[in-house]
Design a protein around this ligand. Structure first.
Ligand code: PLP
Length: 392
């Protein structure tokens, strides 16, 4: 087979700073036409010019140049060997957990995105995978929860929605002592603030719907791997399930990533201002925000991430106050999701964490007075003014 692939070679841009890498991606421009905006290859299949000749692309379920540009960009940003783009964060998670075989044990952090909880409980546990949870804030507890058949350890840091911080380096070491794969969901921090593969993780997973996209207009998922030997698993997943992200959506994520650094800086700045304000409000009982110096994970977070992100959770004095916020906000939108330019308030108990058993939710602190807010990139005074009038 002769390859006529103009897209084969790309520069990992190791000489560039992160803020430049997000702008220039892998190939950046189209190598054939010079188009500065990477083309949307809206094609299901690819012509072979002659017998035995291929451009390297055959059928878009396997590989599509636009999706590949996104996958390579994410591999560059997360400092991994390869990236994979899926139709959702959930599809990416499905591909990750499908690494486990009947009889294997998977250990997960106890505070977890509701959909991830649903995947492991309703699909993998039913299919004979052993599942257990532990508060990953304490390494001794993680070590004690490992079993002889533990094949995967899964961490969110900070967690959704309780903002607990897990020690990436420490948990990586424990996982590897047991020959288990260590997976980090890096949705909240993004590679702008935190690069788990450089701290010992084997796999990074993202809901690309959130900060990577950044504009609340695409549902997508990303996996980046550190070791070549995981390539086969994810290639088979994409090839067999057909859960690869489409070209148009891939292009929108590539476009979103170009402003990732600018947006994350602003989310981070705004969240700090709003969190300080929330903490002083008489109707706010408790604020969960990693950027507070008295947050139990503050120092650990700073040792492994360069910022705090744009997520805050808070508990109000009553269910009534929580409902007031949800029904009275004007500029702020009451909607599920996070990580976009718009500030969103979410009600975990009936939205993101609806399917998590009630006793588990309550033990974590998710109740009727609990709200999660994704701080957008608006003027922070407008965010505060809107919350103030809603609570009045
Ligand atoms: C949203 C989210 C997911 C799921 O991603 P989708 O793109 O909605 O499928 C997984 N993990 C975290 C932390 C999330 O916030």
């Amino acid at each position: 087979m002769i390859e006529e692939n103009y897209y084969a070679e790309f520069d990992r841009k190791e000489n560039l700073a992160f803020d430049s890498k997000v702008v220039h991606g892998a190939l950046g421009c189209d190598p054939i036409s010079g188009a500065v905006s990477f083309p949307i290859f809206q094609s299901a299949t690819f012509r072979h010019r002659d017998f035995g000749i291929s451009t390297g692309y055959n059928y878009s379920r396997l590989l599509n140049p636009t999706r590949q540009e996104l996958e390579r960009t994410m591999a560059i940003l997360e400092e991994g060997v390869e990236g994979y783009a899926f139709t959702s964060g959930q599809a990416a998670n499905m591909a990750v957990f499908d690494y486990l075989k009947r009889g294997d044990h998977c250990l997960l952090c106890d505070d977890l995105y509701g959909g991830t909880h649903r995947i492991v409980e309703d699909i993998f546990k039913v299919n004979g995978i052993e599942i257990s949870y532990v508060d990953m804030g304490n390494l001794d507890d993680v070590r004690a929860a490992m079993k002889p058949n533990t094949k995967m350890v899964f961490l969110e840091t900070p967690t959704n929605p309780m903002m607990k911080v897990g020690d990436i380096k420490g948990i990586a070491a424990i996982s590897h002592e047991h020959n288990a794969l260590f997976v980090v969901d890096n949705t909240f921090m993004t590679p702008y603030f935190q690069r788990p593969l450089t701290l010992g993780a084997d796999i990074v997973v993202h809901s690309g719907t959130k900060y990577l996209c950044g504009h609340n207009d695409v549902v997508a998922g990303i996996v980046v791997i550190k070791n070549e030997d995981l390539k086969h698993h994810f290639e088979i997943q994409l090839k067999s399930l057909g859960s690869g992200l489409g070209p148009m959506d891939s292009w929108l994520i590539i476009r979103g990533i170009k402003t990732l650094s600018l947006r994350m800086k602003k989310h981070n700045e705004n969240a700090k201002i709003v969190a300080e304000w929330l903490r002083k409000h008489p109707k706010v009982k408790k604020v969960y925000y990693v950027g507070f110096e008295d947050h139990p994970g503050y120092a650990l977070n700073l040792s492994q991430a360069s910022g705090f992100g744009g997520m805050i959770s808070f508990e109000l004095d009553s269910e009534e106050s929580a409902h007031k916020i949800l029904s009275k906000v004007n500029m702020i939108l009451f909607a599920e999701s996070l990580g976009g330019t718009e500030t969103l308030v979410t009600y975990p108990i009936t939205q993101t964490h609806e399917d998590v058993p009630d006793d588990i939710r309550r033990a974590l602190g998710i109740n009727e007075a609990f709200i999660r807010i994704s701080i957008g990139i608006e003027d922070p005074n407008d965010i505060i003014a809107d919350l103030e009038q809603a609570l009045a």
